[in-house]
Design a protein around this ligand. Sequence first.
Ligand SMILES: Cc1cc2nc3c(=O)[nH]c(=O)nc-3n(C[C@H](O)[C@H](O)[C@H](O)COP(=O)(O)O)c2cc1C
Length: 211
Amino acid sequence: METTFDAGFREQLNSLLAWRRDVRHFDTRPLPEGLLSTLLDTACHGPSVGNAQPWRFVRIVSPDRRAALISEVDSQKLDAGESYSGERKALYDNLKLHGLREAPEIVAVFCDEQGEAGHGLGRATMPETLCWSVVTAVHTVWLTARAHGVGLGWVSIIEPAGMNALLNVPADWRFIALLCLGYPERPSETPELVRHGWQDRLAADTIRLER
Ligand SMILES: Cc1cc2nc3c(=O)[nH]c(=O)nc-3n(C[C@H](O)[C@H](O)[C@H](O)COP(=O)(O)O)c2cc1C
């Protein structure tokens, strides 16, 4: 049976999209039993090139691995800061770019580029579409998390080359993202980087063309 969506649903969906935030400030309260699995299950509704379903999720349960991730991201944040100066550097130093210490759940996301599923369909000219498929899955999890009141923060200030060994996953998986999940300290309709004066939203007329 086909499901139809009414105006009330569409309004709620818009509100979900507007309220989805990248979250770096987490309450340490754990997620209810089973909720993380429920959220990751929704990734499987995401589209993927050739239906390859190349997403692979690694839940970080080891305190040592969490500590290693924190130290990697902190040190990359310091290094990246060297490219800024003056006022921009002061803004940068004030940014919190991850919630890896507080978030009750951390999930690393990889793309299995050698998997058989999909049989290479659609990848001959644009092999990168496999990784893009994983990104759509992350977005699906992101929205579903928000619908459960759970915040998600995407952490990318990482040297990807070290991630496979650190997490003991196959060497031919490509690292895509590190996700922090948990209850946000304070939900907000405004992106944190906008609030901190780092980057405003772009006006619609700067991102749309007609030809
Ligand atoms: C591919 C990708 C990588 C990102 N990496 C980081 C990151 O390393 N640290 C961080 O704090 N936010 C990161 N973000 C979150 C962005 O800063 C955030 O999405 C953007 O500022 C807009 O805010 P919003 O997601 O709350 O709308 C990343 C987002 C994406 C899509």
